[in-house]
Design a protein around this ligand. Structure first.
Ligand SMILES: NC(=O)c1ccc[n+]([C@@H]2O[C@H](COP(=O)([O-])OP(=O)(O)OC[C@H]3O[C@@H](n4cnc5c(N)ncnc54)[C@H](OP(=O)(O)O)[C@@H]3O)[C@@H](O)[C@H]2O)c1
Length: 356
């Protein structure tokens, strides 16, 4: 079978550029169209600002195979012209456009528009793949040939990945988390003002904590009879913005139902390798890397582990207050937590025979 024809909607934005990087020379998907608010000749031209500067903000150049991809406005786009759509647009626009896309074509989204519907799973590849079958209910009830699969909020991604093996082996009952989130997570619009974040920590991110609480319980919940029952875990969190470009750092305190030795906990985290035996182009060799060095993980040093798809853990210690374990994690918010995570999800759906 040849590669599936793909479109990237919102390709010029921050998350869209991550899709562009994740889909370059991809073995399963070929980007044949990009969609923005206006029609221009190609992607190279779409990135050009009126003053001659480029909107491309990545540290590597625009991939060669992407520069000449034609760009059309969403008004002219025909979702039926492609096999799969990757969207990176604001949530209000996603609410309007994604149902139209999904009527004919599977759609993978970085927006939050669909995350909380009962018929929509919130998938992290390797964490809750068994929830994927819920898209069949979404298709049936909405009369769609395609579906909308949103990826979770980037702050919950590393948390869910690290809690999954702990929950599976020992049962998690309580979680407290404090995040120090990178500025790229806020995107460009509205973004974070330089004057606010330089030499600073901002102790509040609007709406973030509610998303983390709700999404974690959905991701770690049980899926049966076409519905997800949220995990029975007490969780609270406090989300802050730090002066870091990419990579969310989180301090996590976990209460466990069973009380294993720290060495058992470490082994369970290190051995967690849900990609073993699967052929997923964007999957890292290791889902989790555990550092013994107490000065790691650090966002600048460790966010790119596994090309931004491995979650790093350090400071693994007993947690006597909640009765369990505490640790620090670093997760790449725009890679595993957004565009590349969504591409990995599309690869996984293809492998499971749920795409195309
Ligand atoms: N930033 C991140 O790291 C991150 C992480 C996870 C999730 N997300 C989510 O991803 C989504 C996009 O965020 P972002 O930060 O990438 O935003 P952004 O930088 O503002 O980009 C928005 C994109 O939407 C396009 N667009 C605007 N109006 C459009 C229309 N009518 N039709 C088609 N495309 C249109 C823009 O294209 P033109 O301006 O060229 O027309 C641009 O490509 C949001 O829902 C956000 O919550 C972002």
């Amino acid at each position: 079978m040849g590669r599936l024809r793909a479109a990237i909607v919102g390709a010029t934005g921050m998350a869209g550029q991550q899709f562009v990087q994740a889909l370059t020379r991809h073995p399963d998907f070929e980007v044949v169209t990009m969609v923005t608010s206006r029609t221009v000749k190609n992607y190279k031209e779409a990135l050009l600002e009126a003053n001659g500067s480029s909107r491309w903000t990545q540290s590597t150049p625009v991939p060669e195979d992407m520069s000449d991809v034609p760009v059309i406005s969403s008004k002219e786009f025909d979702p039926k012209s492609v096999d799969v759509i990757f969207t990176a647009i604001e949530s209000d626009l996603a609410k309007e456009l994604e149902p139209w896309f999904a009527a004919t074509t599977p759609t993978f989204s970085t927006a939050s528009a669909f995350r909380y519907y009962d018929d929509t799973p919130l998938l992290i590849t390797g964490v809750n793949d068994e929830h994927a079958k819920l898209v069949i209910r979404q298709q049936r009830e909405r009369g769609w040939k395609g579906f909308v699969l949103p990826v979770p909020n980037c702050t919950v991604t590393g948390l869910a990945i690290t809690l999954k093996p702990l929950h599976q082996h020992f049962g998690v009952n309580n979680v407290l988390m404090v995040s120090m989130q990178s500025v790229s997570g806020a995107g460009r619009s509205p973004g974070v003002r330089t004057l606010d974040v330089l030499d600073n920590i901002i102790p509040y991110i609007p709406n973030e904590e509610g998303k983390v609480r709700k999404e974690l319980l959905k991701i770690l919940g049980e899926c049966s009879n076409d519905a997800i029952s949220p995990a029975e875990i007490n969780i609270n969190c406090l989300c802050t913005r730090a002066n870091v470009l990419d990579g969310h750092t989180e301090s996590v305190f976990v209460g466990l139902r069973k009380r294993p030795d720290l060495s058992e906990i470490k082994k369970v985290l290190q051995d967690y390798n849900p990609f073993h035996g699967r052929r997923l182009h964007s999957a890292p060799d290791r889902m989790i890397h555990v550092f013994d060095d107490p000065y790691r993980p650090q966002p600048r040093l460790d966010r790119d582990l596994g090309d931004g798809m491995t979650t790093s853990i350090g400071r693994l210690e007993d947690e006597p207050v909640l009765g369990g374990v505490k640790y620090v994690l670093v997760s790449h918010n725009t890679k595993m937590g957004a565009g590349k995570g969504a591409v990995l999800l599309a690869e996984s759906m293809l492998e499971q025979g749920l795409l195309g």
